[in-house]
Design a binder for this molecule. Structure first.
Ligand code: IPD
Ligand code: CA
Length: 284
């Protein structure tokens, strides 16, 4: 079944559930042991999973199945399971796992409800994000949004402020886990850094995108982001008045996500295009 018309009661309910389960998972994750072990690695030895990533995703999957049994799920650690309602939950049980591993505070739980082509795994090029919540357990910041209902941080409405000129913008970014992607990202930084106020690599893309929504950053760009990194923050940022795009007219996605005020996003995207930020990356 497709969710076609925007049913604001449904959106409000999905937002409420996203907040509830993100806070519950955040409470679990806060019980971080003094010593965190790596449970597994994924795309590279640097791309780690901890036992808490798995426990948090299990909690999210179990609670969402209790509250919305007909919905599908796409989880970073467990993959895609189709539902029958037309709604799929896209969850990142810990966004910022490297920070979590080291005890750095910038990590979050990200929970979003999206709709899109029936039976297919959610994809930023075709999805509509209906609602989302990004919760940072350490300092308690909670961003949430519902499509057509606005975005908030800790209950306070968010509206994107007019940004400064690009050369005075504070820009967030992040790096992939594969060395050949990182080599390209390092080259791109030599084009971007001289043309902005400064760069920040805070370690949770979901929180970075929410920081753009509340003005803590002016812009964010990153190559390699996955649906679970961006889904909930996508709703927060767009409901706050921002945009997310890719390069050369493409939608935001794994090749590139550029986020913020529409005018500055266009300028930064042009800079990234000149820098070849979407060049093919060889498998080394
Ligand atoms: C990562 C974080 C990081 C970003 C990486 C993501 P994870 O997610 O969002 O900020 O730079 O690209 O993979 O692995 O901690 O869930
Ligand atoms: Ca994660």
């Amino acid at each position: 079944m497709a969710v076609t018309d925007l049913d604001l009661d449904l959106v409000a309910e999905l937002r409420r559930i996203a907040e509830v389960v993100a806070r519950e998972a955040g409470g679990l994750v806060l019980g971080r042991p003094d010593r965190v072990e790596v449970a597994a690695t994924k795309t590279s030895p640097q791309d780690v999973v901890t036992a808490m990533d798995l426990a948090s995703e299990n909690l999210l999957a179990r609670r969402l199945a209790e509250l919305r049994p007909q919905d599908g799920l796409l989880g970073e650690e467990s993959g895609f399971r189709a539902g029958t309602s037309g709604v799929t939950w896209v969850v990142d049980p810990i966004d910022g796992t490297t920070n979590y591993l080291y005890g750095l505070p910038s990590y979050s739980v990200s929970v979003a409800a999206v709709t899109g082509p029936a039976g297919a795994a959610p994809d930023p090029s075709t999805w509509t994000v209906l609602a989302g919540c990004v919760h940072a357990p350490v300092d308690g910041r909670t961003f949430s949004a519902g499509r057509g209902l606005g975005a908030t941080r800790d209950g306070v409405p968010l509206h994107l402020a007019a940004p400064p000129e690009l050369d005075l913008c504070l820009v967030g970014t992040g790096f992939g886990y594969r060395r050949e992607v990182r080599a390209l990202q390092a080259r791109v930084l030599t084009h971007v850094l001289p043309r902005v106020r400064d760069l920040r690599r805070l370690g949770s893309a979901a929180l970075d995108l929410c920081a753009v929504a509340d003005g803590t950053l002016d812009l964010q760009f990153e190559r390699g982001l996955n649906p679970w990194d961006v889904a909930a923050a996508w709703c927060v940022l767009t409901e706050a008045g921002g945009v997310l795009t890719g390069l050369r007219g493409a939608p935001a996605g794994v090749i590139m996500t550029v986020a913020g005020d529409a005018g500055r996003v266009a300028e930064l995207a042009a800079l990234l295009e000149q820098a070849g930020a979407d060049d093919d990356v060889p498998a080394i």
